[in-house]
Design a protein around this ligand. Structure first.
Ligand SMILES: [Zn+2]
Length: 431
């Protein structure tokens, strides 16, 4: 999504994601396991011939690949150092790799060069010694995109790699990389940052940029970035660009920028739907829409609310930690009223609603239809409740014949303690 973001009025301006791209392992947030393993490997001199870095888009795979290239090739400020977990950043190798112009660090994007000929060209170079550096490092991004023949060609080299060659593969889809290739690589799973880590990172960078931004605004950015540092920084970039440099950036502004609804209003909407108040729900949704909330984001927010409330029901303490005090105060009564089967049914309907809203020519209309469906279904007994009712009736009058009528009788559902919905939804009006 970062391609869409304006990079500011002045041409020499560098986007934050590039400006703060980590060049050392220490700057790589949240990837401690990788750093630990690599430190040991370098200390003991058992450096793998090939690495595969996997993780979601924007997590820093190519950035990490370049840091590995530096770590392997750094010679230190005096030109005498060996491979190090703390590349110096000043030697010719460190600087040239950082500028993407090192002759022995070859980057290839497998997404655009998938064929066996591309790999042959690359492999041909493998036999020649590095020009200047200790190792020739081949960085192949999106490696899962290689064709079968290309993988086979690569495999021959991986089976007997020359001493002076290292491969660093990056992929978002590890499952598409043949096991024969994977088994010859040291694998690193780049972790998605949790919200707190990302929020901390973002506020650190905001401070370096002299941008004042409210903590709950940062929290919203971290939530929207969903674990990706790159997305988080792009969003922060945009928030800074769109705001008055003298004022603090508020949660309100960020919400507007992201097309997010206020969390309290989302809870209102959820509550209205789940108690079957269709008119109220539709009015709330319209209000949110008019205030700039995106229909798809609204569905996603409702999903998140459903998930949060379910967690609150089942693992109360952990779940409460994810919520602000005011959110928790609102969500707790809902968690008490709604049963797990009702919540999980709501989840399924909403999840299906995501693609419906995405595909609809009028997303808002699709959202409204989704809310209507959810409200009506919320009032129906769950299969478990029907079975319980049948059983109690069977025990009550000892006959099976009369049980069917029970399905349209008053609901004994523990789902909601509130009075019957104002909008009548008796079975008579809805055959
Ligand atoms: Zn160096």
């Amino acid at each position: 999504m970062n391609e869409l973001f304006p990079t500011g009025p002045a041409s020499p301006y560098r986007v934050l994601a590039r400006k703060y791209r980590p060049v050392t392992f220490a700057e790589l947030v949240g990837q401690d396991a990788l750093v630990r393993t690599l430190t040991n490997a370098i200390k003991t001199g058992r450096i793998a011939h090939a690495f595969v870095l996997t993780g979601v888009r924007g997590i820093g795979k190519t950035t990490t690949a370049r840091i590995i290239a530096r770590a392997l090739n750094c010679v230190g400020p005096d030109g005498k150092g060996g491979p190090t977990i703390e590349p110096c950043g000043v030697c010719e190798h460190c600087t040239q790799i950082a500028q993407d112009r090192h002759v022995d660090v070859i980057e290839m994007d497998a997404a655009s060069r998938t064929g066996v000929d591309d790999i042959r060209d690359l492999i041909e170079g493998v036999q020649y010694r590095p020009v200047r550096a200790r190792y020739k490092v081949y960085i192949i991004d999106e490696v899962h995109m290689l064709s079968k023949n290309a993988f086979n060609a690569l495999l021959k080299t991986l089976e007997e790699p020359p001493e002076h060659v290292k491969f660093v593969f990056a992929t978002t889809e590890l499952r598409k990389v043949p096991i024969t290739v994977l088994s010859r690589c040291q694998r690193f799973d780049l972790r998605r940052l949790d919200r707190e880590q990302l929020a901390q990172h973002l506020s650190g960078i905001a401070a370096k940029e002299n941008a004042r931004i409210a903590p709950d605004a940062i929290a919203l950015l971290a939530r929207a970035a969903d674990g990706s540092v790159r997305d988080g920084l792009s969003l922060l970039d945009r928030a800074i660009a769109e705001s008055d440099p003298k004022a603090e950036i508020s949660a309100e502004q960020v919400r507007g920028m992201l097309g997010l609804a206020d969390r309290g209003q989302t809870l209102d909407l959820f509550e209205a739907v789940m108690k079957g108040a269709v008119a109220e729900a539709l009015a709330l949704a319209r209000d949110l829409y008019r205030a700039g909330a995106d229909p798809l984001t609204l569905v996603q927010d409702l999903l998140e609310v459903t998930h949060g409330i379910t967690r609150l029901k089942l693992v109360a303490e952990q779940a409460a930690a994810d919520l602000s005090a005011s959110e928790a105060a609102r969500a707790k009564p809902l968690a008490e009223k709604l049963s797990v089967p009702v919540l999980s049914r709501a989840w399924q309907i909403l999840l299906k609603g995501v693609s419906e809203v995405q595909l609809a020519p009028q997303p808002m209309n699709a959202l409204e239809m989704l809310l209507v469906r959810l409200a009506y279904v919320a009032d129906l007994p769950t299969p478990g409740e029907i079975v319980a009712r049948l059983e109690s009736e069977r025990a009550g009058n000892g006959a099976l014949g009369t049980t069917v009528a029970g399905a349209s009788g008053p609901s004994p559902s523990p789902r909601t303690a509130s009075p019957a919905p104002s909008t009548s939804r008796s079975r008579a009006t809805w055959p």
